[in-house]
Design a binder for this molecule. Structure first.
Ligand code: HEC
Length: 592
């Protein structure tokens, strides 16, 4: 199909922004990993994390998938006329998030821009939906529709977040579940069904029909809803929901198998270029890996580690976002000439691929070591950092390649000698306007982001009441600890095992700071209750306990909640006492 010149410009500009946001998200990702190996001043880890995830999910993921849907489905319509304003509004909301999240984390400004984004995305979906209605009701179209429905369903979680936080607070199960709801439907419906739908539709456009019976379609789509049961068991263990999930992950694996097998057969005809074929295969492979990992959840032991070990959680998220969605959609866009298939572009995407494989292996490998209680690889954080650097490198190359010459050598479209100049001009204008508007909006909020963020962070009324008085015992369930006369060696050994596994990535046993303070002398500085509350109730402590907050200000990294049980925390305390006796020459000075 020939693409008109204005439409080609629109595609180019759209994709430059999408890849640009991906590049920034990757830089932020590398920054986060740097937190584990060097001391990073000024920046707050959690704020960087929020910026990273919003840009990756919305700036890159949403824009790229939505763009691909528009460009594949709209046919001859003028994209600029139909979607131009929404596109600019989308950019403003994304830039707003980019500039507010690093400063205030979740705060008034960043939440306003995120809400704006959701509203604009509704408008985009509404327009696309009308176009979909005019199409023949094929499997591709059906999957795309379900992915859009999944997107809408996922955002229900976002609307619920405000009321839930205000009435129940951030520690409540429902808060956790609303976030899971959003992520679950984003990943499994919007991104996975969307990518599959686009590949199937791509085949249909070339006259290759991929067919599933309505029963098989039911399995594929039904499993998306049923697998949410897992998130419910995370928040509140329940055998029924556990079994629902077990059944659903098996149904899902079956449905993937049936569909992917059919898709695989068409690949040689659909993707004559070896590079794009490889990208598509990688995307499909990622889906297989995803389904396999989820099947493992039928074992209760695995179901527990799936959320206690963070590396798995991040690895899984990246598997879907980078493996399945990114490589699938980029493969399609390259085959269609919407992303360049020039050498520098291919090198760029190969670097990203290398970064993806390296970081996934490390995340899952280290996660498994932790699970087997074998401790950390000494070079884990450094290795992760080095592989992560491949992302911004590759993306910078791909980004630059979006500005040079024709994207495809031998095809008649996408080949306009002057298009670049025009593009850059339009881009500049859009950029200047967007930045101007963002700046206005941000300054009109009085710049008081700090105070706003802190008051919205500690959401619940109880939080505000508790804040002023410093309790030397900290905040949490532990009100008193019976230390006994000496150090209980057995207990201390149990504690040491957990410290080796879950703490030494950030804490040393001497008095030197790594990410967090060294453990030496901690029982002389802090009461045992405070230490145990810090370990078992870390989120609340960091939000409300003045001493913990001081530490947070010094360390600029939030200690993660690692679901340490009371017994384990007691063992850790005992180990700390032993450590102090040996290293500091005295222990428990804080209670003497
Ligand atoms: C990802 C890094 C990280 C991990 C892993 C980690 N911590 Fe921390 N920890 C910190 C940081 C950073 C602080 C300082 C407070 C803050 O900024 O959150 C801290 C503070 C503490 C404190 C208070 C120290 C003091 O001097 O008052 C204790 C106690 C503690 N951590 C125990 C643990 C235990 C026990 C584990 C393992 C179960 C652990 N931490 C795992 C990063 C970490």
């Amino acid at each position: 199909m020939r693409i008109s010149k204005p439409n080609e410009l629109f595609i180019r500009i759209w994709n430059r922004w999408a890849v640009g946001f991906f590049l920034i998200a990757a830089l932020l990702g590398v920054t986060m990993r740097a937190f584990y190996i060097v001391e990073i001043p000024v920046l707050e880890y959690r704020h960087i994390l929020h910026t990273h995830s919003h840009l990756a999910l919305l700036g890159w993921g949403f824009m790229m998938l939505m763009g691909t849907m528009i460009f594949e489905l709209e046919g001859k319509a003028s994209y600029g006329e139909k979607y131009g304003w929404l596109f600019i509004a989308l950019l403003i909301s994304l830039l707003g998030m980019l500039f507010s999240f690093p400063v205030q984390g979740y705060g008034v400004v960043s939440i306003t821009f995120s809400t704006l984004f959701v509203l604009i995305s509704y408008a985009l979906i509404f327009k696309l939906w009308k176009t979909l209605g005019q199409k023949e009701y094929t499997l591709g179209i059906r999957l795309i529709r379900w992915s859009l429905i999944g997107y809408l369903i996922s955002t229900l979680g976002l609307w619920a977040l405000g009321p839930v936080t205000a009435t129940l607070g951030r520690m409540h199960e429902l808060y956790f579940m609303t976030i899971q709801w959003f992520l679950h439907f984003q990943l499994n419906a919007w991104f996975v069904l969307g990518t599959l739908g686009m590949i199937v539709f791509f085949a249909e456009k070339r006259g290759i029909k991929i067919l599933l019976s309505s029963f098989q379609q039911g399995l594929l789509i039904g499993s998306v809803f049923l697998t949410f049961a897992l998130a419910i068991t995370w928040a509140k263990p329940s055998p029924i929901f556990f079994w629902i999930n077990s059944l659903a992950v098996i149904i899902q694996a079956l449905a993937y198998y049936i569909l992917l097998q059919k898709v695989l057969k068409t690949l040689p005809r659909l993707f004559p270029q070896p590079f794009t074929k490889m990208l598509i295969l990688l995307a499909l492979g990622s889906l297989v890996a995803k389904a396999f990992l989820q099947v493992l959840l039928v074992f209760p032991e695995v179901a527990v580690i799936s959320y206690t070990i963070r590396m798995y959680v991040i690895g899984f998220l990246h598997l879907v976002m980078l493996g399945a969605m990114t490589f699938g959609i980029v493969g399609l866009a390259m085959e269609e000439g919407r992303l360049p298939s020039t050498l520098s572009s291919k090198i760029g995407w190969s670097l990203i691929l290398g970064g993806f494989l390296g970081t996934e292996l490390l995340l899952f490998g280290q996660g498994t070591l932790v699970w087997m209680q074998l401790g950390y690889l000494s070079w884990y954080h450094l290795g992760l950092f080095v592989f992560s650097v491949l992302f911004p490198l590759g993306l910078a190359l791909s980004f630059i390649s979006l500005f040079s010459g024709p994207y495809v050598q031998n095809q008649s479209f996408l080949k306009y000698p002057n298009s670049n100049q025009l593009n850059v001009e339009t881009m500049k204008k859009v950029m200047i306007w967007s930045l101007g508007i963002v700046a206005m909006l941000m300054t009109s909020c009085g710049g008081g982001s700090e105070s706003q963020s802190s008051s919205s962070e500690s959401g619940s009324p109880a939080a505000e009441a508790a804040a002023p008085v410093a309790d030397p015992k900290g905040i949490g369930e532990i009100k008193s600890v019976d230390l006994g006369p000496g150090v209980n060696a057995t207990l201390a050994d149990q504690g040491k095992a957990i410290v080796d596994m879950k703490c030494t990535a950030c804490h040393q046993l001497n008095d030197k700071r790594l990410v967090g303070p060294g453990f030496q002398g901690v029982t002389n500085r802090r009461r045992p209750e405070w230490i145990m509350n810090m370990i078992t109730n870390v989120d609340v402590m960091l939000d409300q306990d003045p001493e913990a907050q001081k530490l947070l200000e010094e360390c600029l990294t939030r200690m993660p909640n690692q679901n340490i049980s009371m017994n384990d925390a007691r063992g850790i305390l005992e180990f700390m006492r032993k450590n102090d006796e040996e290293k500091a020459g005295q222990r428990d000075a804080a209670v003497k």
